[in-house]
Ligand binder design. Structure first.
Ligand code: PXG
Length: 289
């Protein structure tokens, strides 16, 4: 496997960065997870724009232009003969000294991995996922804007561990007000009386690119879409529920906190949105050739 590392394509075994890189020492960096469908990098421009925004928010200067990043992402896929898969793009503050200050860090490290990812077993895309709310909360949006996709994922990792320890594959994370924020790497949606609801970004949700795509698809077929604060109760009494994310794609959720959602089977509208999402992914991105 060839990895893009600071302008070069190197074998996985040789893809090494400094132990003084502040991405490692402090989680000081940003990243994107991007899907490749049939030789087409899905929503590449949207991902690169979000990366730029994340970097700007943490005062990290981007070492390359958007066009250079786009070409590096495509070339990493080509170097690995990948037609379908998952691309991880990381920019860190780079090697520096011990101590939090980023003074003396640099140049920034740029890493691109083109590989595969399977977040949940395939069978759950048919039968639905069961999730459980966990004690670890999302970081308060006034402390760190949830839109920043930084290398600090510890609270989401803890939430994942808490869910797994009690036998669930995914955790429902709340914000400090007890409202629904999102799952550990996915946005949450419910359908109630034909309307699609998802928490607003200030509830602690990432501005998910799959979230936006599904909202557009739903509006396009005449479904009312509302960004609204949701409680656990709203999920328990929902008619349907599903999660969205680049890695997860769109997956039905059939149980929340031991309460079956609707009749405990993936909902009809959810299935329709999954089909439409799958149809749309090859038409909305950058072709490798
Ligand atoms: N919330 C969080 C906290 C995320 O990290 C999403 C929602 C979904 O957003 P998108 O734009 O992908 O629709 C994410 C996505 C990884 C990895 O290991 C990254 C994510 C999810 C799962 C795994 O690279 N980020």
């Amino acid at each position: 496997m060839k990895i893009y590392l600071n302008g070069e394509y190197v074998e996985k075994e040789d893809a090494k960065i400094s132990v003084f890189d502040h991405g490692l020492l402090y989680g000081d960096g940003v990243f994107e997870g991007i899907r490749l469908y049939d030789g087409c990098v899905y929503k590449l421009d949207e991902h690169l724009e979000r990366l730029e925004h994340s970097a700007k928010a943490i005062l990290l200067e981007m070492p390359m232009s958007r066009a250079e990043f786009a070409e590096a992402v495509c070339e990493t896929c080509r170097q690995n003969n990948l037609r379908n898969g998952y691309v991880r793009l990381i920019v860190t503050r780079g090697p520096g000294h011990l101590g939090l200050t980023p003074d003396g860090c640099g140049p920034q490290s740029v890493i691109i991995i083109a590989d595969n990812i399977q977040l949940y077993p395939q069978e759950l895309y048919e039968n639905g996922l069961k999730i459980i709310s966990v004690p670890t909360r999302r970081i308060n949006s006034s402390a760190l804007p949830p839109a920043v996709k930084s290398l600090n994922y510890l609270n989401n990792i803890l939430a994942k561990i808490e869910a797994k320890r009690v036998g669930f594959l995914e955790a429902l994370m709340l914000n400090d007000k007890g409202e629904i924020a999102e799952c550990t790497g996915d946005n949450v949606f419910i359908i109630r009386k034909g309307t699609l609801y998802t928490p607003p970004l200030d509830a602690g949700s990432l501005r998910g690119i799959t979230r936006a795509a599904v909202m557009d698809i739903a509006s396009g077929i005449g479904i009312a879409v509302k960004e609204q604060a949701l409680t656990r109760y709203d999920l328990w009494i929902a008619d349907e529920c599903f999660l969205t994310g680049t890695a997860a794609e769109v997956i039905p959720c059939v149980e929340v906190d031991h309460r079956p959602i609707g009749d405990g089977k993936p909902g009809e509208l959810t299935r329709k949105l999954i089909d439409l999402f799958r149809d749309s992914v090859k038409m909305d991105g950058v072709r490798l050739d």
